[in-house]
Design a protein around this ligand. Sequence first.
Ligand code: FOL
Length: 201
Amino acid sequence: TTQNINLTIIVAATHSLGIGKSGTLPWHLPRDLSYFSRVTKRPSPPTNPALNTLIMGRKTYLSIPPKSRPLPSRRNIVISRFPRPDSFNNDGSTWVTSFPDAIAAAAGGDGGGGGRIFVIGGAEIYKLAMEDERTRNVLLTSVEGEFGCDTFFPVDVRDEENTGWARRRHEELCAFVGEEVPAGVREENGVRFWFELYQRL
Ligand code: FOL
């Protein structure tokens, strides 16, 4: 059913909430992508046999390198208003035409559901998820710099006063994702970034 479910957004964004540029990620941060991969694959609780589900928009799906599509060991649900191109017919992804249909497919459908549900973008899909009260968690990788982004995350969860989101302590982030997340600023390819967790109040 679609009751009792909760959604987790995972996103990397700059201070001005930039998330993308020209249909791809604006930066090259392998350690962040590897965090994304581990966190979205990890069962919760650890003994849960169900695969986690990723919900994403068509443009995000197309932005993933073909050799990595669909993202392995996770159910990939793609939202598109248009019919699925034939080239994606047998690639293992599930295509739906609306956000509610994506939730329904994630919560039930073939493959059972019962795993975590992650919303992985992009901007249009993040907006729908942020407007949905069932989105309880935002796993934010904060990226320093601007990069000339042309695509933006819709809500500044760092603005705790006005948005109803609160940053959780580093220990709570570790407990939530089930690993010892590195604390504090990291740097790759001259780009500084760090891992944060926000929860809806
Ligand atoms: N969240 C975060 N924190 N960083 C991101 O870069 C990010 N990107 C997306 C959604 N949420 C994010 C959407 N874009 C891959 C590529 C692009 C992408 C999401 C995932 C990808 O290739 N992932 C593989 C490989 C990870 C690796 O290189 O280790 C995966 O298995 O997840």
